[in-house]
Design a protein around this ligand. Structure first.
Ligand SMILES: Cc1cc2nc3c(=O)[nH]c(=O)nc-3n(C[C@H](O)[C@H](O)[C@H](O)COP(=O)(O)OP(=O)(O)OC[C@H]3O[C@@H](n4cnc5c(N)ncnc54)[C@H](O)[C@@H]3O)c2cc1C
Ligand code: SF4
Length: 338
């Protein structure tokens, strides 16, 4: 591990100022991803700017009927917050499907969005990886690619974004509030993460000196008909091979509104407006669900070890939509332990 300097930011303006003064610095929140990456020699920041003392730890209702979540709210506090459990149970469920209780106690809301891929080769500095070292090549395309992407891939990179929380945030159409030297701005969740294209080193559209300050959830929470299904190699403490966030608003036996997002299959939470449009105004039935699944998975391309994900995702989408429509969401095994 490299030597690095450590500094603590006193407020958001101070954090931005310190970052602008040192482009080789990195913010550190819970440290559950960044410290691992530093130990593996993947990230080499010369200075860590500790943001854990910034006043970004509250969950507040907004004037528009939504909820604003501070970037430093720990994942476990967010999952168990009464407002989130009651109004956005899809988000609680997705968070509790991730990591372990100890990790969720440390991991922050902002850090979860910025966690990096779990592609084996990204962590192995002895192998070429365009994301870690642009232009060096992609070891996963012809390597062990069981956990890699089947949608939105490029010739440069087939990594996935590993977050569970982000899949629910995508389905809920959250917004990301950021601040930087040029001021504050808001980014729609769908526009936050990027596809790899020929710049796989860029995971998202945050500018280098910007800090995430909050996530805003809109008023619509789909609290009655939702489900988050995560399929993984082990029942707990493993990243998704495929995950599905489904949210429906029903009117009798018909679908008024639908949201569908996939995790574990692409460089960002995967949504397609056409798949959701295909569900609107349809009767609740497995044919409609299968059609939406086919649209969402259109153009999927498997590699030597991960082609199974395409059929797995199709079946998972149908199952998750069925659970959502029946009001019988997938339960996560995590109990409330602090
Ligand atoms: C063993 C293990 C298993 C895991 N399993 C899962 C899982 O199943 N599902 C899942 O979703 N996640 C999982 N995780 C990932 C975990 O959720 C993330 O590591 C965590 O959410 C990152 O948050 P953090 O606060 O610790 O981020 P840090 O490690 O502190 O930071 C991560 C990155 O975000 C940047 N950063 C942090 N906060 C901000 C901010 N406010 N503004 C700008 N930049 C910021 C840092 O500079 C750094 O680049 C797992 C992690 C581990 C170690
Ligand atoms: S898939 Fe992306 S992260 Fe993995 S080796 Fe290829 S370039 Fe690196």
């Amino acid at each position: 591990m490299i030597n690095f300097e450590y500094a603590r930011a006193t407020d958001v303006a101070d954090a931005i100022r310190q970052m602008a003064a040192d482009p080789a610095a990195k913010f550190i929140a819970g440290g559950t991803n960044l410290i691992d990456l530093m130990k593996y020699d993947v990230e080499r920041p010369m200075r860590l700017i500790d943001i854990t003392h910034l006043p970004l730890k509250t969950v507040d209702e907004t004037a528009g009927g939504g909820v604003r979540v501070g970037a430093l709210v720990p994942n476990s506090d967010l999952a168990y917050h009464p407002l989130i459990e009651k109004r956005y149970p899809l988000l609680s469920s997705a968070i509790l499907a991730g990591a372990s209780q100890q990790l969720r106690n440390m991991a922050s809301t902002g850090g979860n969005l910025l966690q990096r891929t779990r592609c084996f080769y990204f962590y192995d500095v002895a192998t070429p990886c365009n994301k870690r070292e642009p232009g060096s090549g992609c070891s996963a395309i012809n390597g062990i690619n069981r956990i890699n992407a089947v949608l939105g891939t490029s010739e440069s990179c087939i990594a996935t974004h590993p977050s569970d929380m982000c899949v629910a945030l995508a389905a809920l159409e959250a917004k990301v509030h950021v601040a930087g030297a040029a001021g504050e701005r808001t980014i729609a969740f769908d526009d936050f993460h990027r596809l790899p294209g020929d710049t796989p080193q860029l995971d998202n559209n945050l500018q280098p000196n910007e800090i995430i300050t909050a996530i805003e959830l809109p008023a619509r929470g789909f609290a009655d008909n939702y489900s988050y299904l995560k399929i993984r190699d082990r029942l707990s403490y493993a990243f998704a091979l495929v995950s599905v966030a489904a949210a429906l608003e029903l009117d009798g036996g018909r679908i008024k509104e639908a949201r569908l997002a996939l995790g574990g299959v692409a460089h960002k939470p995967w949504r397609r407006p056409e798949a959701e449009a295909a569900l609107r105004d349809q009767a609740v039935n497995s044919n409609a669900f299968a059609k939406a699944a086919d649209i969402l998975l259109g153009g999927a391309k498997g590699f030597a070890h991960n082609a199974f994900k395409i059929d797995l995702a199709r079946r998972a989408i149908i199952r998750t939509l069925t659970q959502a429509a029946n009001g019988t969401p997938q339960t996560q095994s995590s109990k409330k332990i602090r």
